[in-house]
Design a binder for this molecule. Structure first.
Ligand SMILES: [Fe+2]
Ligand SMILES: [Fe+2]
Length: 252
């Protein structure tokens, strides 16, 4: 598939106004690029490891090229992120990065190469690269400055190559079972996606419960404390003296 044909999934495209908002703030744009750079560098390391582990010479060459592409993406993103960050007001507080809306090349950050055989790894990589290509295609469209757009354009070209070679190598290695491997990888990605959403929802619910506690339960205690304070007489007062058994059982 050629780069200009890759335009992102219908969902990514429908979310373009949200992505435009996410990328509109310069500081957030810079921080997101730095976060993406770390993920890409991590992906590069995983692919170098995959190249060491595979017994297939062609795959080894492709994994090494892939690793060096991801490393280059990390450098491009880091350089652009730094130059954007240099131009913003350092006094301003940190901004919300919205990483769950615009996560970049997320697929590789939870990749486990050790113990993984070539076919499942290729299926996983194919889906991750496809998702990444879709996202970068949308980011390239919505990002407001030309230099960042150029960075995304260059990255997208490589992501489309990664997406294509992983698919064709999977078909070469397991011609009869490549569909099954893709299906399994898709199911695993869906499960991981579900876990990510579930933990985000759990975090949100936790915050809501704490906020509700603060605004609903705390005022009740404040009211009770106020009423108790009103009933108290000002200044020192004599303690109530108990006689007999009650006095022996209590400290006061
Ligand atoms: Fe990449
Ligand atoms: Fe990639």
């Amino acid at each position: 598939m050629r780069v200009h044909e890759h335009r992102g999934t219908p969902l990514e495209r429908a979310l373009r106004p949200v992505h435009r908002w996410v990328w509109s703030d310069t500081r957030r744009r810079a921080r997101k690029l730095l976060t993406f750079a770390a993920t890409e560098a991590d992906g590069g390391r995983d692919l170098s490891r995959a190249a060491e582990l595979t017994a297939d010479p062609l795959l080894r060459r492709l994994f090494l090229r892939h690793a060096s592409d991801e490393q280059r993406h990390a450098e491009l993103l880091l350089a652009r992120g730094r130059s954007l960050l240099a131009g913003v007001d350092p006094g301003r507080a940190g901004v919300f990065e919205a990483n769950w809306i615009a996560p970049g090349e997320r697929g590789l950050d939870d990749l486990r190469v050790d113990g993984e055989r070539d076919a499942p790894l290729l299926a996983f990589l194919h889906l991750s690269e496809k998702a990444a290509a879709g996202r970068f295609a949308v980011y390239r469209e919505v990002v407001p400055d030309e230099e960042t757009r150029e960075v995304f354009r260059r990255i997208l070209r490589d992501e489309v190559f990664h997406m294509d070679y992983t698919r064709s190598q999977l078909e070469r290695l397991v011609p009869a079972r490549h569909g099954r491997h893709l299906w399994l990888a898709r199911a695993s990605r869906l499960w991981k996606g579900y876990l990510r959403v579930a933990s985000a929802v759990a975090g949100l619910l936790g915050t809501l419960v704490l906020v509700a506690q603060y605004f609903l339960i705390l005022p009740i205690f404040a009211l009770l404390a106020k009423r108790a304070a009103r009933r108290e007489r000002p200044g020192w007062s004599e303690p109530i003296r108990r006689e007999g058994r009650a006095a022996l059982e209590r400290q006061y």
